[in-house]
Design a protein around this ligand. Structure first.
Ligand code: NAI
Length: 680
């Protein structure tokens, strides 16, 4: 790359106080990342600065959305050997060391995103200050990609904060606002965005003392105490992540515990550990998902008018939470139910969510002001989007649509959150069936990132595009799916859930069934999932799918329902629950000792078989999207990269062979679906 281009990437300016200002502005990109070009250009700038008598250096970003969003992950995908990766990482470390060694004070002036490698660069500066506003997000989220900080970030953060303050931030990958980052000591100061430049200048010209950890924290860093501290950190981490599935946090603790006495060797050990992790299947799969998430987001990046007002009808479990989520994202929301009385629980839940997320009372109040109880449905006429989330009942929904349609503005999107009724059937009562789109949110709305955007036969592309863009606008991930029973996620989950019920019926202990799934990497066992969703809902979705797809529904489900056992909501489903909804331990099963491996195979192969069927039926357009959908919509083991990827890693021939064997042993439900052929 030529010098002129380099100079465009890091634009240099000197002021009358002798301070050098380097503004990062990656060409042709809305966001700054540490691409090879950015690092080369930075190296060139640092070489220039090493030979001039500057008074200080400020690194900042010329982009509106933030400082630096992290390393360029593409580079890691394209590099294949451990030694190559190690040397790439070392080069960046050495560049950051040169910044640290500059003969004048340096400062990172942060606004917006300052993540991963971006924060590692900032940590190599003497000072860090950031904007105290809603957009600033600072952190080292590398563990979410199956790695840990590698550009010297773990070494420097521990030096600055002490191990007990730095490790939890890196082990959780948590992001902080400017104010919280200042409180934690990650940055020196958070100031209003208007005062950033002034504050940067003051700091460089006055050079206040740099941060140090408290003495007791420094003591914990001694070779004598490190093993004991590492033991405690590992024990805490193991409560949240299994080492076989998520080795990165454990590797980070080990790098710290075994740190060589020379700082330079410690940097090298950090780089070596990241190079090794990057080549592991887990990290490769998490990186793959990172790109799949981008792909989903990209699907909704369309030029459609932005939504400012949403009207939600039905303030139950789903409607209430959808309304709260939209208000949290800054939209004006009117929420309608049959009576004002029925709105109250949803408003209360919303307040809890706002308090938990927004913390500051004035922000909570502003979000509450955006969420307007509207029992009369006055908001319908003004809304850009109307989302129907009333009972799952065709007549009820259609009679509502008939009253609703004449009141809608011609440009208002009409969406339904139905989980099982075909859009084609719902739309028969509409004058304009082309504007009805399914927006299938998952429960709980604030945790599940995916929204299935359901296309009926009559749905027009223009309305579908609006729905996709709306989902991205409210910070969820849209996935277009065909209007078919169970859409994608519920259809794939149902055979897996029913196999778990069959296993329970055969006398396998409930805890063993759940443990087998969790050992595979599922966030929750299928029995617990069925109790959480509600056994009545499971039964009704299973019945619909049974009719359409020929699923066998094990009688145990109906037997439990006859006894009034609905799951968590009734205090008793498969498990019993106390008042706090915690499982009450009891012995279950009749001593069936089927091996854990067999339990796991039976559960997962039923799920995989349905994935093959969905691809065959064109429920989603490709296998990558199916993988993304299952991870972001059901929590499918992210480190496995999605079910299709997991099937391919295990070997398609192996899977179908095992299915055939099970079909002899347990029945036709295990017969490999013809869709597998397309995968081999
Ligand atoms: P819910 O029973 O908790 O709430 C339904 C609400 O709609 C009630 O508050 C009811 O008073 C209100 N309602 C009924 N008729 C109405 C009308 N004509 N006008 C105004 N309000 C009316 O139901 P839930 O679970 O929230 O489900 C709602 C929709 O979301 C259903 O279509 C369901 O299939 C779907 N869904 C449910 C999921 C879940 O996990 N519960 C997940 C995804 C979709």
């Amino acid at each position: 790359m030529n010098t002129a281009k380099h100079h465009q990437i890091w634009q240099r300016r000197e002021d009358q106080d002798g301070l050098v200002w380097l503004a990062l502005d990656v060409p042709d990109s809305a966001t700054n990342t540490l691409t090879t070009d950015v690092l080369d250009a930075l190296e060139q700038r640092i070489s220039e600065l090493e030979s001039i008598p500057a008074k200080g250096l400020v690194l900042y970003s010329a982009k509106d959305n933030g400082f630096i969003a992290g390393a360029d992950i593409n580079v890691f995908r394209e590099t294949h050997t451990e030694d190559e990766l190690f040397s790439l990482i070392r080069q960046v470390q050495q560049l950051f060391n040169r910044i640290e060694a500059l003969p004048f004070p340096t400062l990172a002036m942060i606004h917006g995103f300052c993540l991963g490698g971006g924060l590692e660069l900032a940590l190599a500066c003497d000072y860090r200050i950031a904007a105290d506003d809603d957009n600033t997000r600072i952190g080292l989220p590398e563990v979410r990609l199956g790695i840990h900080p590698g550009y010297g970030g773990s070494v420097r953060l521990i030096e600055k904060l002490g191990v007990m303050s730095a490790m939890p931030l890196m082990l959780s990958g948590r992001l902080l606002s400017g104010r919280s980052a200042a409180k934690a000591g990650v940055i020196d100061e958070a100031v209003s965005i208007r005062q950033l430049r002034r504050a940067a200048k003051d700091r460089l010209l006055n050079r206040p003392t740099k941060q140090r950890p408290p003495r007791w924290q420094a003591l914990l860093n001694t070779a004598l105490l490190r093993p004991a501290v590492a033991f405690l950190l590992r024990r805490e981490t193991a409560k949240r992540a299994q080492i076989e599935h998520y080795p990165a946090p454990f590797a980070l603790i080990d790098v710290w515990k075994n740190q060589p006495s020379l700082r330079e060797d410690y940097f090298a050990a950090e780089a070596r550990s990241v190079a090794q992790l990057l080549l592991s299947d887990g990290a490769q799969n998490l990186v793959r998902l990172f790109f799949l998430r981008q792909r989903l987001k990209g699907l909704g990046k369309l030029k459609t008018p932005p939504v400012t007002h949403v009207h939600v009808i039905g303030a139950g479990v789903m409607g209430g939470d959808i309304a709260a989520w939209c208000a949290l994202q800054g939209l004006r929301v009117t929420l309608q139910d049959q009576t004002a009385h029925q709105l109250a629980p949803a408003i209360k839940r919303a307040q809890i969510l706002f308090k938990k997320t927004l913390k500051l009372p004035h922000k909570v109040q502003a979000a509450m002001d955006r969420l307007i109880p509207d029992a009369e449905g006055l908001g319908v006429k003004q809304a850009d989007v109307v989302i129907e989330a009333i009972f799952e009942n065709l007549e009820a929904k259609q009679s509502l649509y008939q009253r609703l349609e004449p009141q809608l503005r011609p440009d208002t999107l009409l969406a339904t959150n139905t989980s099982s009724i075909a859009l084609e059937t719902l739309a028969t009562c509409l004058e304009n069936p082309e504007r009805l789109v399914g927006l299938h949110f998952f429960n709980p709305v604030s945790k599940m990132q995916l929204v299935e955007v359901v296309n009926g036969k009559a749905t027009a592309a223009e309305w579908r595009d609006r729905a996709m863009a709306f989902v991205v606008q409210i910070d969820r991930l849209p996935l277009t799916v065909k209007s078919a029973p169970g859409f994608l996620i519920n259809r794939i989950l149902m055979p897996y859930l029913l196999e778990a019920v069959t296993l329970a019926q055969e006398g396998v202990a409930l805890e063993r069934i759940d443990k087998a799934a969790k050992d595979y990497g599922m966030p929750m066992g299928p029995i617990e999932l069925a109790d959480t969703v509600g056994l009545d809902i499971c039964q009704s979705v299973a019945d619909i799918l049974a009719g359409e797809l020929g699923l066998e529904v094990p009688p145990l489900l109906a037997q439990l329902l006859e006894q009034g056992r609905l799951g968590k909501k009734s205090g008793h489903g498969f498990y019993r629950y106390d008042k706090q909804n915690k499982t009450i331990r009891h012995r279950s099963g009749s001593g069936n000792t089927l091996s854990s491996e067999q339990i796991q195979y039976r559960l997962m192969l039923r799920m995989f078989n349905e994935c093959a069927a969905c691809l065959n039926d064109g429920i989603v357009s490709d296998a990558e999207l199916l993988d993304a959908g299952m991870v972001f919509g059901s929590g499918f083991a992210p480190f496995r990269g999605g079910p299709v990827h997991a099937m391919q890693s295990k070997g398609i021939a192996d899977c179908t062979e095992q299915l055939k064997q099970f079909s002899h042993q347990y029945g036709e439900r295990f017969l490999p679906h013809p869709g597998w052929r397309a995968l081999s």
